[in-house]
Design a protein around this ligand. Structure first.
Ligand SMILES: C[S@@+](CC[C@H](N)C(=O)[O-])C[C@H]1O[C@@H](n2cnc3c(N)ncnc32)[C@H](O)[C@@H]1O
Length: 229
């Protein structure tokens, strides 16, 4: 396992299912795991659904093992998920945490509609918490919906499912506590937002290319925070 430490960030290259249980307690697990949805089809709109081939190749439509979300190891959790996952994910979270809120990120630039389905205007994330780790922030932060553009061009960092800074900044204002872990770090969007919010961050990613991108992005965030201090 390769580990990179810079400032308040520690990044592990490896398997979340093996590494996360060894890391112990974090105030919040903020995770954007592989979604579970039917990635085939789409008819003639499929050619406009950029990134779908990469999503399938990197197994980002195969779902995740819920046990990586362990209420004994975190006070609160954010879990991004696809519409189709909610029926399975919500009962697991309901059995693990005292409270939960289903929140949405409304896309200003949604993908074109796939045949015989709704337009994917919304993405979901569940905020779950146990006593003492309830949502934080201003009245505006506590809105369950945030609207943002899906990253485009260079902002995608070669990854098909990068989350927007605006969404991650809101989430990091909402989670309680000082320490955050993202076991499915991707290009490091949670880490960048965590460092900007003054929290300590630990990330895990198994794809070496995305790990390298996360190291670059989070190093820049750590250096910017140092300069601003
Ligand atoms: C939905 S993406 C996260 C994207 C991230 N939120 C961003 O903005 O860049 C999920 C990530 O989890 C990684 N991943 C999948 N299974 C993993 C595992 N078992 N251990 C570590 N990383 C894993 C994938 O390589 C992918 O980059």
């Amino acid at each position: 396992m390769t580990t990179v430490v810079m400032g308040a960030a520690t990044l592990h290259l490896g398997d979340a299912y093996k590494i996360r249980p060894t890391l112990g307690w974090f105030d919040a697990d903020v995770m954007d795991p592989p979604y579970e949805f039917r990635a085939e089809g789409g008819g003639h709109y499929r050619q406009s659904r950029k990134g779908m081939a990469q999503i399938v190749a990197e197994k980002l439509s195969d779902g995740f093992d819920h046990s990586v979300l362990n209420p004994l190891l975190c006070g609160g959790a954010i879990v991004f998920c696809h519409n189709d996952q909610l029926p399975k994910l919500l009962p697991y979270i309901d059995g693990s945490f005292e409270r939960q809120a289903v929140c949405t990120w409304r896309k200003s630039n949604p993908q074109p509609v796939a045949n015989k389905h709704y337009r994917p205007v919304m993405e979901f994330y569940v905020h779950a918490w146990n006593r003492g780790f309830h949502p934080r922030g201003t009245l505006e932060d506590l809105d369950r919906q945030v609207e943002a553009y899906s990253p485009r061009g260079k902002q995608k960092f070669g990854h098909p499912t990068v989350k927007p800074d605006k969404v991650m900044a809101k989430i990091l204002r909402n989670v309680a506590g000082e320490t955050v872990c993202d076991p499915f770090m991707g290009t490091g969007s949670t880490g960048v937002a965590a460092i900007r919010a003054g929290k300590r961050f630990t990330g895990i990613e198994h794809n070496p290319q995305h790990f390298a991108t996360a190291v670059d992005r989070i190093t820049a965030a750590v250096e910017a925070a140092r300069e601003a201090a």
